[in-house]
Design a binder for this molecule. Structure first.
Ligand SMILES: C[S@@+](CC[C@H](N)C(=O)[O-])C[C@H]1O[C@@H](n2cnc3c(N)ncnc32)[C@H](O)[C@@H]1O
Length: 183
């Protein structure tokens, strides 16, 4: 198990997050987005990764001890079983570098049940061999403001769960690089 997750599960401390990836008020979902995700998560057992201050999701994950997380964990190594959730949502920090976007998404897919849905809010559209893209919604809260895309995927196979996206963890990105968000 990842040593940082181990530390947290032992209750011995928290993981410091780099300043630029730390939650700020401007990252809080506006009400209409919160309502959309609330409805999305109201179908079966649900997970919210990078939950921030949102209460949506039966299980919520974040690194910030001041968040609404029910489990403090880094998003690239979820301490959760394969194929557990009907609905999985995530609103990751939008500054994460290109090569840090893949494995955390594969983790969302891994813990989603076959037939379940994953909704992802970012300025990019992720991909995995295990899911089909069902819908995309463009979200822009203010005129001339930054736009993001809420992409919705359905998982159709668990074949790649142990080798998410068809690649191993080490092939996608070495763990040290994935911990870029951590101090
Ligand atoms: C865009 S914010 C989520 C905001 C949320 N939708 C809300 O309404 O409050 C992204 C979240 O990711 C968390 N985060 C940053 N790096 C992380 C990591 N490596 N693992 C897990 N969570 C992380 C931050 O603490 C922050 O709460």
């Amino acid at each position: 198990m990842n040593k940082h997750v181990q530390i947290l599960l032992d209750g011995k401390g928290t993981i410091p997050i780099k300043e630029k990836y730390r939650w700020r008020q401007s990252w809080r979902f506006p009400r209409y987005v919160e309502e959309w995700f609330k409805e999305f998560c109201s179908h079966g057992h649900s997970l919210n990764v990078c939950c921030g201050r949102s209460n949506i999701g039966d299980v919520r994950i974040d690194l910030d001890p001041n968040s609404t997380a029910t489990i403090i964990s880094p998003y690239h190594k979820l301490p959760l079983e394969d194929c557990t959730f009907d609905r999985v949502m995530s609103d990751p920090p939008w500054y994460i570098p290109f090569f840090h976007r893949m494995w955390p998404f594969y983790e969302l897919v891994r813990v989603c049940k076959v037939g379940g849905l994953v909704a992802y809010n970012a300025t990019w559209i992720p991909a995995s061999k295990s899911v089909a893209l069902m819908d995309t919604y463009v979200r822009q809260d203010t005129d001339f403001g930054i736009a993001s895309i809420v992409s919705v995927f359905q998982k159709y196979t668990s074949r790649f769960d142990k080798k998410s996206g068809g690649l191993t963890f080490e092939e996608v990105c070495p763990i040290d690089e994935l911990q870029e968000t951590l101090s």
